[in-house]
Design a protein around this ligand. Structure first.
Ligand code: SER
Length: 310
């Protein structure tokens, strides 16, 4: 049996994706790899490799064995951190992708998953129900790297037949692993404040609505996309996915249904500008039509689950 590798396995998506893949394919068949020396305890049930994805020689050595059929490339710098380290963000987000695309082009990997983001949209994209094919004029380094990456995925698919699949994730909410460096991270931090009985200081404006999704839906979407027959995957840039949309004010009021004394204080910083360039909500009819995608978890469920588990 051919194996699966997840690069960037210790991050917010990686941790949960590795667990889900191991459940489906057997723990010994799913390699977790990350630049972190030690992986989270949760991933101790299967193989772990400490690897820097920018070390092209080592990455090539690993995959030229032909042992790995599928690679999920999740190593990346997210929107807020990328604004602080633009050149390194570009290098990390792009070079890692080229390494894996080239390995697939040369026949060493059969299928790739690479995440894109709502950050590919910009201030000139329609804000409500932003369509799959829309104005793509990102204003962040992260968004520019994701848009370029999407185009390269399409190019490798069309020119070399590389089976690469992608999702434009909205902000992802989860409690098992912490997010890092994103603009949507506030929607997780808010639960930690609520559980500590502290007021939450929001770095976004109270009315800044953003597209969000609970991690379980995001993981299911990823697995469903990867399992769909290749001829169903008509979008080879990256699929829009709709979860639920809400603002800091709306999530605060949902939390107040459980903790009435909870308060949010608004002190927008540089991340507000990033958020205001992104859509409020997403149209995902292509994902629905092509591989029967359907979001299941709404804001009410998210708040309940997060407050119970954080
Ligand atoms: N959650 C990401 C971020 O905020 C968006 O893809 O950077």
């Amino acid at each position: 049996m051919r194996k699966i590798a997840v690069i960037g396995a210790c991050g917010q998506i990686g941790t949960e994706l590795v667990l889900a893949l191991r459940k489906e394919h057997g723990a010994e068949n799913v390699l977790a790899t990350d630049i972190r020396e030690n992986c989270p305890e949760m991933l101790n049930n299967g193989p772990y490799l400490h690897m820097d994805v920018l070390d092209r020689q080592t990455v090539e050595g690993l995959f030229k064995s032909g042992e790995y059929e599928q690679v999920y490339l999740l190593a990346a710098m997210l929107s807020a951190t990328a604004e602080k380290k633009p050149h390194f963000a570009w290098k990390l987000n792009m070079e890692s992708l080229f390494t894996i695309l080239d390995l697939a082009k040369d026949g060493h990997i059969k299928k790739i998953f690479w995440p894109s983001s709502i950050a590919v949209f910009g201030p000139n994209s329609p804000k409500i129900d932003t369509p799959q094919h829309s104005v793509l004029e990102p204003t962040t380094v992260y968004g520019i790297s994701k848009l370029a990456g999407e185009k390269w995925c399409l190019y490798y698919n069309q020119q070399f037949g590389v089976d690469v699949r992608s999702i434009r994730y909205p902000g992802l909410i989860s409690y098992k692993s912490a997010p890092g460096g994103g603009t949507t991270d506030y929607a997780i931090e808010i639960f930690h404040s609520a559980k500590r009985n502290e007021a939450f200081v929001s770095f976004l404006d109270q009315n800044q609505t953003l597209p969000m999704m609970y991690m379980d839906d995001a993981i299911r979407a990823t697995l469903e996309l990867m399992e769909a027959p290749s001829d169903k995957i008509k979008v080879r840039t990256s699929y829009n996915l709709r979860g639920c949309s809400f603002s800091p004010k709306e999530i605060t009021s949902e939390i107040q249904n459980f903790i009435p004394s909870f308060k949010t204080i608004y002190k927008p910083d540089f991340r507000q500008k990033i958020a205001s360039s992104w859509p409020n909500s997403i149209d995902d009819s292509y994902a629905k039509n092509d591989w029967n995608w359907e979001n299941k978890i709404d804001l009410k469920d998210i708040v309940k689950t997060m407050l119970e588990n954080v």
